[in-house]
Design a protein around this ligand. Sequence first.
Ligand code: HEC
Length: 145
Amino acid sequence: MFKSILIWVFGALLLLQAIQIDIPEPEAVDPKAEIKAPEEIMAMLRTSCYDCHSYETKMPWYGHIAPVSWEVKSHIKEGRAWLNFQKWENYDEEKKQKFYKGIVKSINLSMPMPMYLILHKDAKLTRVQRKSIKKWAQSNIKEEN
Ligand code: HEC
């Protein structure tokens, strides 16, 4: 009995592998288009944000296995489409301002995504780190006129 359930579960998982989300291939990366920030900020963005907001995604092995991969890849796809730190200079000023404000707003709660942090302890930011990212983003926000 137990054995046949196991076989069914395993078979179902195998079938699921046929359904995969495709992430579009990275466009040519222009190194000049990458966001410029002080090195300590860049280091934090790289370890905590680049998996979803750049083309430099370090994909864990389980990121390829359905159904986890659906979740993981859709976050990468969406995160990149939303904001790609390697395409920063291609955004117009209005959009950059929107992102700086978005970073100020999201850095304390929603970014990096909490679910991601459960599996990526190294991407966790301390309160002090969050503060310095927030301060950096705020320093780039121009006064509303
Ligand atoms: C696991 C993937 C993932 C990681 C890691 C991640 N993001 Fe995101 N981010 C997303 C997705 C997906 C969206 C799209 C909108 C949403 O779901 O909130 C998003 C949206 C955003 C937005 C736009 C939100 C808005 O209100 O305009 C900002 C700003 C942002 N992320 C900043 C960051 C920063 C800064 C980091 C690192 C500290 C980070 N993100 C790490 C997936 C991620």
